[in-house]
Structure formats: C-alpha cells, structure tokens
Design a protein around this ligand. Structure first.
Ligand SMILES: [Zn+2]
Length: 328
C-alpha cells in the first residue's frame, strides 16, 4: 500500500485522522495502532513516515518515488528505525540502542521516526525503558507502536500514545489476502465464512480436521440424495467420530448451512456468491434434487439443530433427527 488514497479504501477512519494531523502539522509524539494481522498496521506506519520525510509530497500524499520514499519502502531510511522482536520478545538492549541512536540529530533532517512492531512483545524492562523515552518526547520524534493485542501493553505506555483502532478485514479483503498467500479462491471463500482474522484463516487452511470436515459435509449431502439407507450408519461411524466436540459439531452444521445456501445461489444463477467453488457439479446435482422451497426448509431445520445443540440435547440425536427431516 503506497498511498493514502489506497489506504482510505481499507482504513477510512484511521486514515482520515492521521492525514488530518499531517495536514495541520500536528503529528503526535506517539501513536499506537492496533488491529488484526493483515489490517495494514505496518503500511500505515510507513505512510506516516513517508508523509514526514518525503520532500515532494502533495498535501499529505507522499510522492512514493523520491529517495526518501524508496528508502522507507525498503526499510533503509537513516532516520527511520524499525524494531521487531528478537526471537520471542523485544529486549531491553534493543530499546537502549534506539535511545542511543536518537541522541544524535537526524542524519538528513532533524526529524526521526521509529516503528515498534509487535509492541506487546516488549519485556517488562524494555517497556519501562521505552516509557521513559516516551515521557521526554522531543519535538521532532514520532513513535509508531504496532500491536495485535493492545491490552497486553503497559497501561502507562498506552496512556502516552494516541490510540488508533484499525477495522477488521471485510470478507472480500480477507479473501484477497488469502489468495495472495497461494490459497485457491474456493478455499479462501470457505475460510472467510468462518473467520475474519488472517492468522486464524491461515491456520484453518492447514488444518486437516477442517479439510476432512468439508469432505464429510459433501458426502453427507450426496448420501441424502442417493443412498438414504446408508445415512444412519454414516452418521454413526463417520460423522459423529469426526465431530466429537459440541463446537466441532456446530462448525459441521455451519458448513452444511453454507452448502445449502450455495445450492440456492446455484438455483438463482448467482455464482459470485457460491462458496463451495470446487463442487459445482455436486451443487448442480443438489439443485436438481431440491427446490428452493425445499432448501429454505432445510436451512431452518439446520438452524433448529444448532439451537438444540446449544440447549444440550444429545448430539447424536440432534443429527439423526436432522437427517431424517431433510429426507422427508
Ligand atoms: Zn517522496
């Protein structure tokens, strides 16, 4: 993300606040940006730095092509310091080193910016050292702390910063990020139905349990159409063996909901909404077997099954009833 214009699409509120203070030349001494992975924290910090250092900027928008901008992009600007965890934590000597660097005046201007990634990973000693640093701000220094978990930061540090909360990714943005990591469009769509958090989605994409759960859902639906006699034994031996915990079973039913909604999308020729993109043939078969009215009824039945699970009705009983009702 190289420009505020782009950033406004993803993070309109925070972008507005930051560009306003840049316009008015009232940049804070310290910002704390918090939000999930993938929400643009680092890109925002870089944009703040570019708006401070770029000599060709138009209004608050940096040019993106001058030497300052290029060096910020590559992380090599002499007056921009970036700290990230050394192993599991950010250590005292990293903060001490930063302070020492800041006793020299800026190499190219008198301004200096530092970015601390995963600021919640500071050891207590490191955090206390940083706190002293934040307590004696110099006119020309800007700190940008980034975290996914602002509550783990010392409250004394938080109170020294202007805190800006980033919005979570919407499903389209998350889908795009997942595709960028090499995940197929179909898988990305399924994952975004279960989380809006990039890390969780990436974990789930590698989760063999979740992959098997999806297969079982497709198998169950096929069996409900073609081999009704085998459904009880399938539920008993395979379904219940895989969805052992209540939360797992809820997730199985969520997948079933997604599947039946897909069949409706298929009926309505709305392929852009289909989640199970890998299963178009099976969706077609299901759409020939069940009408939209049938499926609307099935969706209600599944929702009802989910409620019964919440009310602690015996799981196997819930699923047996559900499959019987879908077969009616
Ligand atoms: Zn520039």
């Amino acid at each position: 993300m190289n420009s505020w214009e782009e950033m406004f699409q993803q993070q309109p509120i925070v972008s507005k606040m930051l560009t306003n203070s840049i316009k008015k030349k009232r940049i804070s001494h310290a910002y704390l940006l918090y939000g999930d992975k993938g929400t643009g924290k680092y890109a925002l910090a870089q944009l703040v730095a570019k708006s401070i250092f770029c000599k060709n900027k138009e209004g608050y928008e940096p040019c993106g092509t001058c030497l300052d901008c290029k060096r910020i992009n590559s992380g090599n600007h002499p007056d921009l310091h970036i700290i990230h965890p050394d192993g599991a934590s950010i250590k005292t000597d990293q903060i001490a080193h930063l302070k020492k660097e800041f006793t020299y005046t800026g190499l190219e201007s008198n301004k200096k910016v530092y970015i601390i990634e995963h600021a919640d990973k500071m050891t207590d000693n490191a955090a206390n050292r940083l706190l002293k640093f934040l307590e004696e701000p110099s006119q020309e220094t800007t700190a940008v702390l980034l975290t996914e978990n602002s509550q783990s930061l010392l409250s004394t540090i938080r109170s020294r910063c202007q805190i800006l909360a980033l919005m979570p990714l919407n499903s389209k943005q998350l889908e795009q990020k997942l595709i960028e990591t090499g995940i197929t469009e179909g898988n990305a769509r399924i994952l975004t139905n279960f989380t809006r958090n990039l890390d969780e989605a990436l974990d789930k994409s590698k989760d063999t349990w979740f992959a098997q759960a999806r297969k079982l859902v497709v198998q169950l639906v096929e069996m409900l159409q073609n081999n009704r006699d085998e459904v009880p034994i399938f539920v008993h031996t395979q379904w219940m063996a895989h969805f052992k915990e209540k939360t797992q079973l809820q997730e199985g039913l969520d997948l079933l909901l997604v599947w039946f909604r897909d069949v409706i999308h298929y009926h309505m020729d709305d392929s852009s909404s289909i989640v199970f993109l890998h299963q178009m043939e099976k969706l077609e078969q299901a759409s020939m077997y069940w009408s939209i009215q049938d499926i609307t009824k099935h969706l209600q039945t599944i929702m009802e099954a989910k409620r019964k699970l919440e009310q602690n009705v015996h799981p196997q009983l819930v699923i047996e009833q559900l499959t019987l009702q879908i077969q009616r």
